[in-house]
Design a protein around this ligand. Structure first.
Ligand code: ZN
Length: 272
């Protein structure tokens, strides 16, 4: 009997180590590697990306990305604190950069490291559109969607055990790890998010943009423009963020909820 109890305590503690609670949904999700280990790797990759790409500074567009980014991160902080998750973002080091690149793309690495490509600006069309994309990308990072992209086979390959990941020096393993955690920043390296993660990021993103003072309905217009852009060559962002018509219907339906949530934080006007 005693042995059985010990065993269940042991099993429970393994599960605890390997799981984390998604503060937006309350769901338990897989977290094999703690932020304290992932974030330094992500920060290093991000810095590397910035040295290898043309960062735009001092322009109205670059300032807009930073300005909207600060509002979205402040919204995330307020939301998490109000919902009992103060300290969730302690290890985050927010950064918002615009790079000169025609790709229609934007992403947020673990720890709040954001990049917008100049190619996405004609589609975002302004602050509220940027806030819609930013809210969505930040939502993926906050919900740790990256780490959940790793398949069981990949976990085995890189030697993942509960609470830890044993990375060998094999660059292939490092690459699987980076892809899974959303660390690989090069174009085409990122794995696509699943539909359910897309839906979750849309919903969280709408709340964040509304608390930041932007009208969440702009999110629906944004994805509509995104799906119409590019003709035969769809925007890069759609290769990592699969989209469909249901998304626009959902966002339209959820927009009033997001506004209601924002009103709890004293936000009464929403910029379009
Ligand atoms: Zn997405």
């Amino acid at each position: 009997m005693k042995l059985k109890t010990n065993l269940s305590i042991l099993l429970a503690s393994i599960v605890l180590v390997a799981c984390t609670t998604n503060p937006f949904t309350g769901k338990q999700t897989l977290a094999l590697v703690p932020n304290s280990q992932i974030l330094p790797m992500a920060f290093q990759e991000y810095d590397q990306f910035l040295t290898e790409n043309k960062v735009v500074t001092g322009t109205a567009d670059a300032n807009m990305i930073k300005n909207v980014g600060q509002k979205i991160s402040a919204a995330a902080e307020r939301y998490l604190t109000a919902n009992g998750y103060a300290g969730y973002l302690t290890d985050y080091e927010w950064e918002y950069n615009l790079v000169d690149d025609p790709a229609v793309n934007a992403w947020c690495m673990p720890g709040g490291k954001i990049v917008f490509y100049t190619g996405i600006l004609p589609i975002t069309q302004g602050e509220a559109g940027v806030a819609a994309v930013m809210g969505h990308e930040v939502a993926h990072a906050l919900a740790n969607h990256g780490q959940q992209r790793m398949s069981a086979g990949q976990l085995q390959q890189i030697g993942a055990v509960a609470g830890n990941v044993a990375l060998s020096n094999d660059p292939k393993n490092q690459s699987i790890f980076n892809q899974a955690y959303g660390i690989g920043s090069q174009l085409g390296v990122m794995l696509p998010f699943s539909r359910s993660h897309e839906t979750e990021a849309d919903r969280i993103g709408l709340t964040l943009m509304a608390i930041a003072g932007y009208d969440p309905i702009v999110g629906a217009q944004l994805w509509e423009r995104m799906s119409q852009a590019g003709g035969e060559a769809p925007p890069e962002i759609l290769s990592t963020h699969p989209s469909n018509q249901t998304r626009i219907v959902n966002i339209t339906e959820w927009a009033p909820e997001a506004k209601a949530e924002a009103r709890k934080f004293g936000v009464t006007t929403f910029k379009k």
